[in-house]
Ligand binder design. Structure first.
Ligand SMILES: Cc1cc2nc3c(=O)[nH]c(=O)nc-3n(C[C@H](O)[C@H](O)[C@H](O)COP(=O)(O)OP(=O)(O)OC[C@H]3O[C@@H](n4cnc5c(N)ncnc54)[C@H](O)[C@@H]3O)c2cc1C
Length: 458
């Protein structure tokens, strides 16, 4: 029987989640349309993970050149050119954007380069084309945007991560507000590129939610590099200065910088989507409320990714997209799992973490053994860099399962991706111990920590 709708599925948003869902649903035989109002690839490809990681690579060279001396190299006249980095990054992002679009097209989905808003539970209005299309199922994958909500006037004088990717000039002095991974990563990027960098955070310690030992190690390392850290204060005033912006803080400090970057959180893109016309319920932060299968309060409308504010990471949005397609077009109801998702912070050195922190384990009733090791990486015996790697295992005393694995050190992100498989399989400390080391690596420490550092009751 022919459907009474124009499409089986209409996807709003061509980012990490929307692109994957539209491709997989079309490949499963559904008649799919997708609308993207800006650029295919979404936050991750256009102004998130990918350009950021390219900046991270760029920022590493200064320390690499310094480290090279201890190995006999002489490097003279090294010079960094910001416009070259931006131009090369833009070229790569344009290539990726093209690939994303091509893959959606090849899967057979119809593409609308347009802003889509809901008119009712089955009707989508395309703003530019000024036309309506209908669909049996609607998937909202509109992502999020950087918050500018400082509570004071003058935030238009500041930039966010979005603008940072397109600055015409590299600032000489930057102040970054925030204590999450975006603030930390950009502090390292700017500092690595030679920018005088200050980070200001409203709380007493950055990277809330991460293991306390890693948070402390990261802060010490940032200070050691010369990144200024200001805690327990917020901005109370912004004003234009001769060369940039001047800001005052609640602790009575005046800060002046060429650029002030706000990395104070992200907000879901749910406003102005016409959700009220369809009756879709929003949560406290304005996120779309969904059930375990990513279904909203309206049965034929689903939402995935950052707009649902569950775990705002690209692989999670993609996982939610695949579970959605399995549920709706594969006949197998599949709830995405948000357990044991490994994550990295691209500071220098990196943080890689999976599973419970020491305090989460204790607060959820586990008696634990903690294995900790802090050591100087082999490379730095010759580079002379005063930098330590920290590794930590949180082990459940009753079952011997490794509940959490935390690394602060070079390539921690790469290490933790593999370790996450072991944790997902329920690996015990005895199985870690039974694994023969790869030598000489830093990761071998994860399977050679024989003596527990301490035990803690819940
Ligand atoms: C600076 C930065 C660094 C990051 N680094 C990492 C990282 O290292 N690792 C990681 O896993 N994650 C990282 N993230 C997070 C990651 O980018 C997001 O979790 C991910 O992109 C979410 O995917 P999504 O599909 O939910 O939304 P998005 O990728 O944001 O895509 C949403 C898309 O919807 C479009 N859209 C919105 N409204 C409409 C509309 N009404 N009509 C049509 N189109 C619309 C938008 O233009 C956008 O393209 C980073 C984010 C930022 C900002």
């Amino acid at each position: 029987m022919a459907s009474k709708y124009d499409f089986d599925l209409f996807v709003i948003g061509g980012g990490s989640g929307g692109v994957r869902a539209s491709r997989m649903a079309a490949q499963a035989g559904a008649r799919v349309a997708i609308a993207e109002e800006y650029r295919f690839g979404g936050t991750c490809v256009i102004r998130g993970c990918i350009p950021k990681k390219l900046f991270v690579y760029a920022s590493h060279f200064a320390e690499d050149f310094e480290d090279a001396r201890g190995f006999g190299w002489t490097i003279e006249g090294a010079h960094f050119d910001w416009p070259t980095l931006i131009a090369n990054k833009d070229k790569e992002i344009a290539r990726l954007e093209g690939l994303y679009r091509k893959n959606v097209d090849a899967a057979g989905a119809v593409i609308f380069d347009d802003r889509a808003v809901l008119k009712d539970m089955h009707t989508v209005h395309l703003a530019k084309a000024d036309r309506d299309v209908t669909a049996e199922t609607i998937l909202i994958a509109t992502g999020g945007h950087p918050s500018r909500d400082t509570g004071i006037a003058g935030t238009e004088l500041c930039i966010t991560s979005d603008e940072t990717f397109h600055l015409k000039e590299l600032p000489k002095r930057v102040v970054i507000a925030g204590g999450g991974y975006i603030a930390v990563e950009f502090a390292h990027i700017f500092h690595g590129l030679g920018v005088d960098t200050t980070l200001i955070y409203r709380g007493p310690k950055i990277m809330r939610g991460f293991d306390d030992d890693l948070r402390d190690a990261l802060q010490d390392s940032m200070r050691g590099k010369g990144i200024r850290l200001l805690f327990d204060q917020i901005f109370t005033r912004f004003e234009k200065a001769d060369a940039g912006v001047r800001a005052e803080t609640s602790a009575g400090k005046t800060l002046e910088a060429d650029r002030i970057m706000l990395a104070i959180g992200r907000e879901p893109n749910a406003k102005g989507l016409g959700l009220e016309h369809a009756g879709v319920k929003l949560g406290r932060k304005g996120e779309i409320v969904v059930d375990a299968y990513s279904r909203s309060s309206i049965p034929n409308i689903y939402a995935i990714g950052d707009v649902t504010d569950r775990l705002n990471l690209t692989p999670v949005a993609i996982h939610e997209a695949m579970c959605f397609v399995k549920t709706v077009y594969g006949g197998v109801p599949t709830a995405p799992s948000h357990e044991l998702v490994a994550t990295a912070v691209f500071s220098r050195p990196e943080i890689g973490t999976v599973g419970m922190t020491e305090s989460q384990a204790r607060h959820t009733g586990h008696a634990i053994d903690v294995y900790k090791s802090s050591f100087r990486p082999l490379k730095h015996t010759l580079s002379g860099r005063d930098e330590k790697t920290l590794m930590k295992l949180v082990v459940d005393q009753r079952t011997d399962r490794v509940l959490g694995l935390h690394v602060f050190g070079p390539d921690a992100g790469e290490m933790v991706q593999l370790a996450a498989i072991a944790l997902k399989m329920g690996a015990t400390k005895a199985q870690f111990d039974a694994t023969v080391a790869v030598h000489p690596t830093a990761a071998e420490e994860l399977v050679t920590m024989r003596t527990k550092s301490y035990a803690k009751a819940p």
